[in-house]
Design a binder for this molecule. Structure first.
Ligand SMILES: Nc1ncnc2c1ncn2[C@@H]1O[C@H](COP(=O)(O)OP(=O)(O)O)[C@@H](O)[C@H]1O
Ligand SMILES: [Mg+2]
Length: 254
């Protein structure tokens, strides 16, 4: 990958709610264009809060966040969010939910149907276009959420434990699907998880956070080449070693 200027630059960010103690303290992180960054940390350390601050949903008390678009003077960069629980419209079909993303992206109306069909194929939901979210499994609903996110076409994907509510097997399959899609389109992703193995399997870099107030205690550059199959990676001794290292860093951070 060519070394581009960071898509996202977080400089000395601190966050607190009202007059409370800091939730995040002096956190700095650059994310390169097309980089897949995972953040792991104990529950309550400020992972979700950090994503909200990046997206502009929450103000930072100190520090700066800079998000750059693909072109220096081009349109404002887009930030897309995906949560653990899907936020699909229950009264709209799979196709209509994905259409919301097309709408927000500004794609001309006449191109929506084609794009929706493409995305449905990409997330392997052919035949479910007219189903409602209530009739789908958790994994399928997250595929629809992912398709909607892709339809919005953000420059940065913020993913907050997107597969955290799924059973183990579905979670691994979804990770593999996400990599397949990401390897074809290479957008910047910040993927928050409390699952160390998931982080190591998916990311280019794994960021380890301390307990509240959240700080970065370690950064690991991935040793694994792409394209990857997260399932077979798990049998690699280096995989287990890195997972163990991160476990011990979290134990120290606790
Ligand atoms: N709206 C809020 N008001 C006050 N405190 C909050 C609010 N949201 C989160 N917190 C606190 O901030 C800390 C970090 O929360 P969060 O970012 O959700 O953690 P994580 O996602 O890492 O589990 C927690 O101690 C939580 O109680
Ligand atoms: Mg959270």
């Amino acid at each position: 990958m060519t070394q581009a200027s960071p898509t996202l630059s977080i400089q000395h960010v601190a966050v607190a709610f009202n007059d409370g103690p800091p939730v995040i303290e002096d956190l700095s992180l650059d994310v390169a264009e097309g980089e897949f960054v995972a953040i792991v940390g104990p529950s309550g350390c400020g992972k979700s809060t950090l994503l909200k601050v990046i997206s502009g949903l929450l103000p930072a008390r100190a520090g700066q966040i800079h998000v750059a678009g693909p072109a220096a003077n081009g349109p404002k960069p887009r930030i897309g969010f995906m949560f653990q629980r899907d936020t699909l419209l229950p009264w709209a079909s799979v196709a209509s939910n994905i259409a919301v993303g097309c709408e927000l992206s500004g794609l001309p109306k006449e191109k929506h149907a084609g794009r929706i069909a493409e995305l449905i194929a990409l997330v392997r939901l052919q035949g479910y276009e007219n189903h409602y979210p209530g009739a789908l499994s958790g994994g399928m609903r997250q595929r629809v959420s992912l398709a909607r996110l892709l339809a919005y076409d953000p420059d940065i994907f913020l993913m907050d434990e997107p597969f955290g509510a799924l059973d183990y097997q579905t979670k691994i399959l979804m990770g593999r699907e996400l990599l397949r899609i990401w390897e074809a389109s290479r957008r910047s992703i910040i993927f928050v998880t409390h699952d160390i193995e998931e982080a190591v399997a998916l990311a280019d870099r794994v960021i380890v956070m301390s307990t509240r107030p959240g700080r970065i205690v370690a950064i690991h550059q991935s040793l694994f080449k792409r394209p990857r199959d997260p399932r077979s990676l798990r049998g690699d001794p280096r995989f287990g070693a890195l997972v163990q290292t991160i476990w011990s860093e979290l134990a120290v951070a606790d």
